[in-house]
Unconditional design. Structure first.
Length: 213
């Protein structure tokens, strides 16, 4: 679930909130994550892709950021990124690859040091947009950790006709948020000897708001 496509200008936003999502949106997100967790087949791997631009991966802090993301994700989750997946043997084919992963973490460019505004190029925007309605999608905020995109404010920019994206993290974000806990639960590998106590649908019925365009 993303915020409205016709979001107000950043300068007009009140960032002093715990979430930009409504309580109903948060409950729907948590319920969708619970269904994902219940539908996981015991013993199957959980794969999370970290989406980052080349200049981000060239940043001297990249390895530290990747280590922090890995630390904050559930134990046993496999963390992937572009340079470890796409190479001469496997060219970039997002539509196919997206079917193989269980979640997405997006790493954007901060507007400035300490800012809660993160910018993303057209590739990251399309990757996020393709998964936002059916898998856990998290923003990596440098000073706040992982935040479900459902709790962020989104703004679409179209410089030179190429859609780009801004995500704005809530100022009073709390790591114990029910949305984050639900997303992490959905990304927790299920042990082979655990039997699911409930049947879950094979797909989600798009419980979120329309993704940005």
């Amino acid at each position: 679930m993303m915020s409205s496509m016709h979001a107000p200008p950043i300068d007009a936003l009140d960032l002093d909130v715990e979430s930009f999502a409504t309580p109903l949106q948060q409950r729907r997100f948590a319920a969708a994550m619970q269904r994902l967790a219940a539908s996981r087949v015991p013993g199957t791997p959980v794969r999370v892709y970290v989406s980052a631009a080349p200049r981000t991966m060239n940043n001297p802090k990249w390895e530290n950021w990747l280590a922090q993301i890995t630390h904050e994700l559930p134990d046993g989750a496999e963390v992937l990124h572009y340079r470890g997946v796409f190479n001469g043997d496997r060219p970039y084919d997002w539509d196919t690859f997206a079917q193989e992963i269980d979640g997405l973490v997006v790493v954007g460019k901060q507007k400035r040091a300490g800012s809660r505004v993160y910018r993303f190029g057209p590739v990251a925007r399309l990757e996020l947009r393709s998964l936002i309605a059916r898998q856990p999608v998290l923003l990596y905020a440098h000073s706040q950790g992982l935040i479900p995109v459902v709790d962020c404010q989104s703004q679409v920019l179209t410089p030179e006709g190429t859609p780009r994206l801004k995500l704005i993290a809530p100022k009073r974000w709390k790591q114990e948020s029910s949305t984050l806990q639900a997303a992490l639960h959905a990304l927790t590998p299920d042990s082979p000897d655990h039997e699911s106590s409930s049947e879950a649908p094979g797909h989600l019925a798009h419980p979120f708001a329309a993704p940005p365009r």
